[in-house]
Ligand binder design. Structure first.
Ligand code: UGA
Length: 453
């Protein structure tokens, strides 16, 4: 990618958004300083040690450090004094009410702003309710009257597990600001990405903030729509994979985020949907559809739980194995992971619950008391009465079903992501229960056959 002469940029928050953004901006030729209050994390990042699993990120950060354009500090003062723009990339976790907790956004922006000397562009990358940049502008102006602040909303659309690719080659870049000067600097910052073919959209800051919530709510809606269809397919003996395939072929609908299964999790959809719901309530608009998206998503987990109960009957003293614990493949993030919601239900029902994930075992076990973890898929499956595919890691795609069947006490596979083909599973001798598709049960059919003879 062609570099530019380079602007000085600050990144506040060394997390899932801040680090890929920092690495990408450094690769584009900018001079990037990342600041975070977590001293051990900053120290480790200086040695290119990444605090979470994200493919390609270690290499990108190491490359940035080696180029001399990427550095890390706990001190926000030089970042504020030397940067043309400072990106706020801190978490906006949900409050108990579902509202976004914006304390970290306010605190971290103020911590930088107090050191600003003349003018500073403050860029919100964290997902926030519309109107936040206006509030932030007032808070910053009050906190440091010596400087002037221009606010920009530049929502992040990267996906965990693809964060590096999405940061370097985004499909679109959205930049919202009421300040023409700030828009000019942002365009300069993103010029190599624009030259690379990304769509570049400029709006006011409130519109950009709202667009981010709209995108995530709509993607979650598509997933829940597919999951509701899965329930209807189960009731009508139709096949949800074929139904959503047909839907996805219509360019007006598109194929993405239409896979039925255990539903969505992660640090974005659940919290952003709740925050959007609270926001529209506060604005006085009645939008019950948003609540339905969550209800259907919760049902995706309880429906898989019912399938497990259906095949195993009593769960006490049954070993149920969860294949995959992270909220999606390619990450060790277990926040709001459907696998963990399922694990809690199973533990409460008295099952022995054993999880295996290529990278998320430790985090998952620390989240769910009673969840055991195994070091390998074969250790997990040993003596299992049922396996539940929760996260579609490649390792599970290529699982040798014959050896899996031999290891298990009962050859039963509940496919929470519709990863496998019914015919393959039947050939391997499994009772196979996908989502929104017909189950196959060679074991039971054989028994029925034997009974009828
Ligand atoms: C999501 C959005 O896709 C990004 O555009 C956005 O930037 C990000 O949130 C954010 O706001 O930061 P992410 O949460 O990383 O990204 O993951 P997705 O790939 O969208 O998957 C979210 C969840 O939905 C996962 O649990 C996944 O298993 C589930 N999913 C996804 C389905 O159940 N069905 C699908 O068809 C697609």
């Amino acid at each position: 990618m062609k570099g530019v002469s380079g602007l000085k940029v600050g990144i506040v928050g060394a997390g899932h958004v801040g680090l890929p953004t920092a690495g990408a901006l450094a690769k584009l030729g900018h001079h990037v300083t990342v600041t975070d209050t977590d001293a051990p994390r900053i120290e480790a990042l200086g040695r290119a040690e990444i605090p979470f699993f994200e493919p390609g990120l270690q290499e990108l950060i190491a490359e940035g450090i080696a180029s001399g354009r990427l550095s890390f500090t706990t001190d926000p003062a030089p970042v504020a004094r030397e940067s043309a723009a400072v990106f706020i990339c801190v978490g906006t976790p949900p409050r108990a009410t579902g509202e976004a907790n914006l304390v970290a956004v306010e605190k971290s922006a103020l911590a930088v702003a107090q050191h600003a000397v003349d003018s500073l562009i403050v860029v919100e990358k964290s997902t926030v309710p519309t109107g936040t940049s206006d509030r932030l502008a007032k808070a910053l102006a009050r906190s440091n009257p010596r400087a002037s602040f221009e606010l920009v909303s530049n929502p992040e659309f990267l996906r965990e597990g693809h964060a590096v690719e999405d940061s370097l080659h985004p499909a679109r870049v959205l930049v919202g600001s009421d300040s023409p000067d700030a828009l000019k600097v942002m365009r300069e910052l993103y010029q190599p990405i624009i030259d690379g073919g990304a769509a570049y959209v400029e709006t006011d800051q409130r519109t950009a903030e709202l667009a981010k919530h709209a995108c995530n709510a709509y993607l979650a809606l598509k997933i829940s729509f597919a999951n509701a269809l899965a329930r209807i397919c189960e009731l009508s003996d139709a096949d949800v994979v074929s139904v959503t395939n047909v839907m996805g072929m219509d360019p007006r609908i598109g194929p993405g985020h239409l896979h039925a299964g255990l539903g969505y999790g992660g640090s974005c959809f659940p919290k952003d949907l709740a925050a959007f719901e609270r926001l529209v309530e506060r604005l006085g608009y009645n939008f019950p559809l948003l609540g339905e998206i969550k209800r259907i998503n919760d049902e995706a987990v309880t429906s898989v739980f019912s399938k497990i109960e259906e095949v195993l009957w009593n769960l006490e003293e049954k070993r149920v194995v969860l294949l995959g614990l992270s909220f999606k493949p390619g990450t060790d993030d277990v926040r709001f992971a459907p696998a963990l919601a399922l694990a809690r239900l199973l533990v409460d029902a008295g099952a022995e619950v054993v999880g295996y994930d290529p990278v998320a075992n430790e985090l998952a076990a620390s989240e769910v008391p009673g969840l055991k973890t195994a070091e390998s898929v074969h250790e997990a499956l040993d003596g299992a009465h049922c396996a539940v595919l929760c996260t579609e890691w490649d390792e599970f795609r290529t699982l040798d079903m014959n050896s899996a069947r031999s290891a298990m006490a009962f050859p039963i596979m509940i496919d929470g992501r519709n990863l496998y083909e019914s015919s393959d599973m039947a050939d391997a001798g499994f009772t196979y229960v996908p989502v929104g598709r017909r189950s196959v049960s060679p074991v039971i059919e054989d028994r029925l056959l034997a009974d009828s003879l």
